[in-house]
Each structure stands twice: as C-alpha cells, then as structure tokens.
Design a protein around this ligand. Structure first.
Ligand code: DGL
Length: 267
C-alpha cells in the first residue's frame, strides 16, 4: 500500500482524459496533474525541445509526493519511445497501453492511428504494433489542426469545421478498412462523436489516455502500490498558464464535479 499520489502530466489539458478515467477506475487515489498550458502544443516542436520540456514536467511532478508518473501525452510518449524519464518509480506513457488494447481487439488486423505531427513522424505506434504483431497493417495520419480545434472549443458534434478537418484526416484510414482506430493524442477523445460518425460504428475507437489509466491501475496493483481503499481520492491541478484558462478549457475534458484545487505554477 502507498498513500502517495499518481502524477500525471501533459503538454496541455488533453491528459485530463487520463485523469477522468483514473478517477473512474481508481476513486481512492489522489492525483496530481501538471498541464504545461503555457507551452502547448508540443506536437509541432522538435524532438530536443519536447525532451527538454518532458524533463522539466517530470522534475515538477517529482517535487510532490508521487508514486507513479503517467505521461498522458501522445507526443511525449512517442518521443520517449521505450525510455523512461524516471528510474525510481513506475512510469507509463500512452503508446504501449493503447497499442496493447488495439492489437488485442482488431479482428481484421488493420489498425489506424491519428496523432500530432511529432507523434506520427516518430513512428512510435507502428513500432509498438509490429513488436506485438508484424502482420498488422497500419495506416497513420498526422492531424495538425485537431488539437487547435479542440483547444478552441470546436468540439460540438455539429461543428462543420472540425468535421471537415477530421474527414480529411480520417478518409485514408477508413479507405484502408481499419476496424480499430487509435486516437493517439489525448485531445482527440473530446471529438469522439465526430470521429465515430466518420469512421462508422463498426470501428473500435481507442483512447490513448484512457488506456494509460487502465495500464497504470494494472502496474500499481501488481506492485502493491494502491492506496488505502477507505479514503476518497482528490485531484490537484497545476498549470503553467493561468488558472482562469484552465477553468475555461477543462470543462471540455472533465465534469465540473471532478474539479479539485487548481494552481498556476512556473516550472
Ligand atoms: N497532448 C498532446 C498529445 O497527446 C497534444 C497537444 C500537443 O501537441 O502538445 O499528443
């Protein structure tokens, strides 16, 4: 048993999709989230910059009592590959957990991946898929506009601009006949309805953030690091930009009830 919190970080607020799932499946756990909202997006930056930001994000979380760190960011997870930025506690990114689930549920061995330009350029998801099953056909598409549209709040199912952009990115994956789509960026589940409309109801949609949360539960359980089951978990959020912008944008990712204390912090 370990009473420390689970540390979660993201380039922005997309990682809240992992926090929401953690709250659902591990209601007793305390969560400390850091969103680097002053420097989002990471997905269009160089590998060197993303690695530097990652070290700073991890160092920030490690100033707090955390027992595990989750990089709830497709871009960071992709640039790290199989490397862990921490040696003294469990760590997971989102790539392996999402791929593990996608490979286990595809029936026709055709998987689509969508992510930021840095994620897709890294080839991280493909490499992880081929390691599990080299027979799987992968179609990967970078979606540079989607993070901006989500951050801007263009998330409504009827939003024609987001729909048009998503249609453009998803058409090659639909045409390739994928029966499983990895939403490889933690922002994308917010427009899940639009993605589902375009892909069709027969396609499994995998949320990378949610899978990372499930995988974290597995790691903590196996290593006997879960907290006392009698306590109610609390969330504390830190952001590098203003608390006001967090409050404005976080409503797209979390139900109001899940809000805890929010602080603005320089890293
Ligand atoms: N959180 C990032 C990801 O999951 C998306 C935003 C960004 O580009 O930083 O890839």
């Amino acid at each position: 048993m370990n009473q420390n919190a689970i540390g979660v970080f993201d380039s922005g607020l997309g990682g809240l999709t992992a926090v929401k799932e953690l709250n659902r499946i591990l209601p007793n756990e305390n969560i400390i989230f850091f969103g680097d909202t002053a420097r989002v997006p990471y997905g269009t930056r160089s590998r060197e910059t993303i690695l530097r930001y990652t070290s700073e994000d991890v160092a920030f979380l490690k100033q707090h009592p955390v027992k595990m760190i989750i990089a709830a960011c497709g871009t960071v997870s992709s640039i790290l590959g199989t490397d862990s930025p921490v040696q003294d506690m469990p760590f997971t990114g989102v790539v392996y957990p999402a791929v593990r689930t996608a490979c286990s549920i595809t029936k026709n061995n055709k998987i689509g991946i969508i992510g930021t330009p840095a994620t897709i350029k890294s080839g991280s998801y493909e490499r992880a898929i081929y390691k599990i099953n080299p027979e799987i056909a992968v179609t990967a598409m970078a979606c540079p506009l989607l993070v901006h549209l989500v951050e801007y709040g263009y998330t409504n199912r009827e939003n024609q601009i987001t729909r048009l952009a998503a249609e453009e990115y998803l058409t090659p994956i639909r045409n390739a006949g994928a029966d499983t789509l990895i939403m490889g960026c933690t922002h994308y589940p917010i427009i899940r309805d639009i993605i589902a409309d375009i892909m069709g109801s027969h396609v499994n949609l995998i949320s990378a953030g949610e899978e990372a949360a499930k995988y974290a539960k597995k790691c903590l359980t196996e290593q006997d690091l879960l907290t006392d089951s009698l306590q109610t978990g609390h969330n504390i959020y830190y952001v590098s930009d203003s608390v006001a912008s967090f409050r404005e944008n976080a409503k797209h990712f979390l139900e109001d009830a899940a809000y805890g204390q929010v602080f603005s912090s320089r890293i």
